[in-house]
Design a binder for this molecule. Sequence first.
Ligand code: URA
Length: 425
Amino acid sequence: MDAIEVIRAKRDGRELSDEQIAWVVDAYTRGEVADEQMSSLAMAILLNGMGRREIGRWTEAMIRSGSRMDWSVLDRPTTDKHSTGGVGDKITLPLAPLVAACGAYVPQLSGRGLGHTGGTLDKLESIPGWRASLSNDEMLAVLREAGAVICAAGDGLAPADKKLYALRDVTGTVESIPLIASSIMSKKIAEGTGALVLDVKVGSGAFMKDVDAARELARTMVDLGTDHGVTTVALLTAMDRPLGLAVGNALEVEESIEVLSGGGPSDVVELTVRLAREMLAAAGVSGKDPEAALKDGSAMDAWRRMITAQGGDPDAKLPKAPETLEITAPSSGVLARLDAYGVGLAAWRLGAGRARKEDSVSFGAGVTLHAKPGDTVREGQPLMTLHADDPDRFTRALQALDGAYEVAGTSGPSLLPLVIDRLTA
Ligand code: URA
């Protein structure tokens, strides 16, 4: 086989054969196919697409590039959730221990943030002592102890995706539905979960800006999961405004703890409970109801066990940024718009996110919201508080928020419903 032949086939709009796909993914992982050849092929895939068979084979080849985890030693079903990423999306934090408290195991491999969306591992690392890197044996021990584990994927899991994702990031080839779907699903299938719920975000703060593109991505991923024996369900959910009231690492941990204590913002609670019910149903577990587990403290107990088992101190004080700046309502009326992307970009510029993989994040930086779209506000009332380690960061954060919010007359905004659609096999 040769790489140029494979590139030409996709460039000319032809389907790749099973053999071509298996070969090119394997040869790229081994370094036999060069980065410039794979970036050319990725661009041809972005422009000409792939059919269901091709996406399935591509995903299979990426899974085969590494090891596949196996949780069959556990005595209860496993279930997991994956979000395509959004602003203020801390749902994994309360969700994993909540589902564990309701009777299923949650082995969750998560990532760090890049760009304006935060990463689950960055958020959890704001808890003093908490460790993201665990061996497979340690993962199993935490699962047995707490019912849930959230940690970084090891190098052995879908290494082809690791290499290809880094290449796509710098060659303008991230935004391809076949490549996004195969990237996400190769990791989730290799993780060995029996059931999977996908939270596909839609709106300015998400990868997918419109509902039709999000639905196509969700359909592709549900089909991939189903074809690989994983019970897979997808929800399309709103990301036109931030989720909850906290955006930033430690700020989001704090809000997650409020949810686990039976409080928290209504949209975060509603989505956490909905996703928990979907995860339990997909795994065939009909134990305790998630709403009850939030109220009776059992989800909080699972959280404390999970954090402690990974070296963290659930009672430790979380980092706080020393500098704050308040933004107030310019007039009285209704908060008609609060753009997710603008708030995410502001939090990132305040130090909550990173520009390059090797950068560190500020745990205390971010944005606290005091009003959400649809709320009535008075002139001069605080709309949000910016948090940073260094006051020099405020100028660029304020630029990101310029035009991102609007106080209008009396008419309410037209918002996407929190849960827009649900897709199954
Ligand atoms: N997340 C992934 O893991 N892969 C993509 O391609 C996009 C988002």
